[in-house]
Write a protein that binds this ligand. Structure first.
Ligand code: ADP
Length: 763
């Protein structure tokens, strides 16, 4: 293109213009030559061009510079010099070169801006809008469709070269090309260009409103809209507007190209954003789900470092998730724990889904039994690691072991154990011992009613026993059980009811003991006792017969001797005979004791009741002991009422009193003995008190028992039967024996009797 050439006087008077200059100035040569430039184009006076012109005119220096002439929006390369006192201006329109360079700048800038798709990219969009507005339009906006594609979101970036319009636009998001043309471009996916719009005509189509005023004010003259294409569709638009006030050439191809180029880049960013958003959503979902699981969930890389862990990890390992991710298994779980699982994770890395249970000595969490399921994790066909699902089964394992021990106990117990269903009473489980004792196999019994194992005659009781077990929770009973072969055996059963939390019985469990042997022993024992009692009874009778004869003989001897003449040895001889008689007496009472025991054991203890005075009996017994009392050194004091009549067995009470008095003499330590008869209306009591060795508290009950003694046999002779017999006699009369004693201070025995023995007491 030809350069513009013009010649001016120093004051700006136009001397000469070539045709190109006329073209640029838009005036004819005649209209220009002779005129002052600053008067024809007053706006040129405030321009850089004017300054340089003046400088050259004044100094005569030559100047060359590029400048933008805003009124025309064009760039010029000016060469200004002074020749023959005139100012020559040779100018070349370099607008195209300039714009091309600027386009390249914008694209480079856009690439840089969009390369970072972080949140600042939003301000990046504004930067792009600004460059575009400044280069090819007055206003530029970039807007996205909402996710439902129905409306446009507020602009990602918007710019107007006029600051006042900029402010206006920022508050009015729906102004601009988006209104009418936007949906069209979204629909077609093609650019749309519209020139020579009459803003007034547009405004007229809008009802009077602030928006209509705005449209009118903006005075849009032309628009160019291109689609933002991403993910196989249109996601938004980028638009450029020019206003009436600007004098602009129609949009060039290069303008459209630039806009499309930028739109493509913006769309790429948007699609990246959306992908990132989806990834983030998925990540959030994954975290939410896995955090809610009561197991450890992790993704472990080939390098055995954690890539992802759920919240459970924080609890187990006591550190934050961020501290775990990127760390190796060994660092997180501790060396010993790592050694325990190291081999187990290999199959998953080799592409095999593997499950294993192992005890792991975790450094922080302590030793735990875990069940781990490892699934290989593939990325683009390559194993990148594995996904581990780890359950803590420590408690489960402990229960299992415990259960195993119980199971063993159940299986190997010597006693039969069985569980029954609470409604049908069928056997749910039996152990081998139970099956064996009934002559069945374990499997044969399962599901059968327990009653099948009980003798028909005992089945009726079974319901009562079950009832008692239900009521008391625990019940012990004996029944006759039935074997498969029809034979019977006695069985001791201890049953318990097991309930759920609501108190409902879920099953009964019982252990069963074959007590055939025990029963036999018991029978044998009873037989042995009977034999012994029989022996005792026979023996005492047998012993009694010669003793009676001996007694008679001694008696006769004594009387014959008394009648005989006096010799020197008579007194000595008499003493010996008396001693022999006493020994015979003693032997007699021992035999009586034995005889009584056997009678008492045999329950053949009939009372021969008669009415008599107890005081009389007491006096008689005491009298009988006169000689013995004298020998022992204990004086016997009697405190009795006139009489104490009643109805008792005379000979039995004689025996009882004899026992008490002979004990008082034996254990009385030679000190005085006091016998008191107390007549208290319905009851009569005889109290025998000595001041001898006494009986320790712990022995007091015991000495009333058969063969029970509280002294050593080397010091005191005796069979330990006297008090036993005395107590039996008292009880047979409906009475009792009471002992009060202080060891070393003597003892008081009180025989207390109802005045009239009830006839029914001992049939
Ligand atoms: P025995 O006198 O033959 O041992 P008993 O049945 O009469 O049998 O007495 C049982 C035990 O009671 C005696 O061994 C003795 O330890 C104690 N005992 C009985 N009477 C007295 C008493 N008056 N003083 C102290 N101990 C007594």
């Amino acid at each position: 293109m030809v350069d513009s050439v013009a010649c001016y006087e120093r004051d700006g008077t136009i001397v000469y213009v070539n045709p190109r200059t006329c073209e640029i100035f838009g005036r004819s040569r005649d209209a220009l030559e002779g005129q002052v430039l600053w008067l024809v184009f007053p706006e040129a006076r405030d321009n850089a061009f004017h300054e340089v012109f003046e400088h050259v005119a004044r100094t005569g220096e030559t100047r060359r510079f590029e400048h933008l002439y805003p009124p025309w929006g064009r760039w010029y390369d000016n060469h200004i010099y002074l020749a023959d006192e005139r100012v020559w201006v040779i100018a070349r329109d370099i607008t195209h070169e300039k714009q091309a360079a600027q386009r390249l700048d914008i694209l480079a800038n856009a690439s840089r801006v969009f390369a970072s798709v972080a949140s600042e990219a939003r301000t990046g969009f504004e930067v792009i809008a600004r460059h575009v507005a400044e280069l090819i339009g007055d206003m530029c906006s970039i807007r996205l469709l909402s996710l439902d594609r129905k409306v446009f979101d507020p602009p990602l970036g918007i710019w107007d070269v006029q600051p006042s319009y900029r402010e206006m636009l920022q508050g009015n998001v729906s102004i601009g090309a988006s209104e009418a043309i936007g949906p069209m471009v979204v629909e077609s996916g093609k650019p749309f260009i519209m020139s020579s719009i009459d803003p007034r005509a547009v405004a007229e189509r809008i009802a009077p409103s602030p928006r209509r005023d705005l449209v009118e004010k903006l005075g849009i003259h032309s628009v160019m809209v291109v689609p933002l294409k991403a993910e196989g569709g249109v996601v938004g638009i980028m638009s450029v507007c020019r206003r009436l006030s600007g004098t602009r050439a129609p949009y060039a191809d290069a303008d459209l190209k630039l806009l499309e180029e930028l739109a493509d880049r913006a769309a790429l960013v948007v699609s990246q954003w959306r992908t990132l958003g989806r990834v983030e959503d998925a990540r959030l979902q994954l975290a939410t789900i896995t955090d809610a699981l009561p197991v450890l969930v992790s993704l472990v890389g080939r390098d055995l470092r954690y890539r992802f862990v759920n919240a459970m990890y924080e609890r187990w390992f006591g550190r934050r998730r961020e501290d775990i991710i990127g760390k190796s298994l060994e660092e997180v779980m501790g060396r010993d724990a790592f050694l325990a699982v190291e081999k187990q994770v290999q199959p998953a890395l080799a592409g095999e889904r593997a499950q294993f249970e192992v005890r792991v000595p975790y450094a922080v969490a302590g030793p735990r039994h875990i069940r781990s399921t490892n699934t290989p994790y593939y990325l683009e066909g390559r194993i990148e690691g594995y996904i581990a699902l780890v359950q803590d089964i420590t408690v489960e394992k402990a229960h299992e072991a415990q259960l195993q021990r119980w199971e063993q106990l159940f299986q190997h117990a010597g006693w039969g154990v069985a569980m029954t269903e609470p409604i049908t009473h069928t056997l749910i489980a039996v152990n081998p011992a139970f099956a064996r004792m009934h002559g069945y196999g374990v499997e044969e019994l399962r599901g059968r009613p327990l009653a099948d194992c009980v003798a028909p005659e005992s089945r009726a009781e079974l319901a009562q026993h079950t009832h008692a077990t239900h009521a008391d929770g625990h019940h012990q009973y004996e029944t006759i059980h039935l074997r498969k072969d029809g034979s019977r055996f006695p069985c001791l059963t201890e049953a318990s009811a097991f309930r759920d939390d609501a108190g409902k019985v879920i099953y009964y469990a019982a252990n069963f003991q074959d007590i055939t042997e025990r029963k036999r022993y018991e029978a044998e024992l009873r037989a042995a006792i009977a034999t012994r009692d029989e022996f005792l009874s026979i023996a005492s009778h047998e012993l009694r017969t010669p003793l009676t004869a001996l007694d008679l003989q001694l008696d006769g001897l004594q009387r014959a001797f008394e009648r005989a003449s006096v010799t020197e040895d008579r007194a000595k001889f008499a003493r010996k005979v008396a001693m022999a008689a006493r020994q015979a007496d003693r032997l007699g009472s021992l035999i009586d004791g034995l005889l009584n025991v056997s009678r008492l054991e045999g329950r053949s203890f009939p009372l021969e009741l008669e009415s008599f005075d107890l005081v009389g009996l007491v006096q008689e017994v005491v009298q009988r002991f006169d000689a013995e009392a004298e020998r022992s050194g204990s004086a016997v004091q009697l405190h009795v009422p006139e009489q104490a009549p009643g109805r008792w067995d005379r000979s039995r009470l004689d025996q009882a009193l004899t026992n008490l008095l002979s004990n008082a003499l034996k254990y009385g330590g030679g000190r005085p003995i006091e016998i008191r008869v107390v007549d208290a209306g319905e009851r009569v009591a005889v109290r025998v008190r000595d001041q001898g060795i006494g009986i320790a508290r712990e022995d007091r009950e015991r000495v009333l028992g058969r063969f029970e003694r509280a002294v050593s046999s080397s010091h005191y002779g005796g069979l330990g039967l006297g008090l036993y017999i005395t107590n039996e006699i008292a009880q047979a009369h409906g009475g009792s024996i009471e002992i009060e004693s202080e060891p070393g201070q003597g003892a008081t025995f009180t025989l207390s009797l109802p005045r009239h023995t009830p006839e029914k007491e001992r049939p």
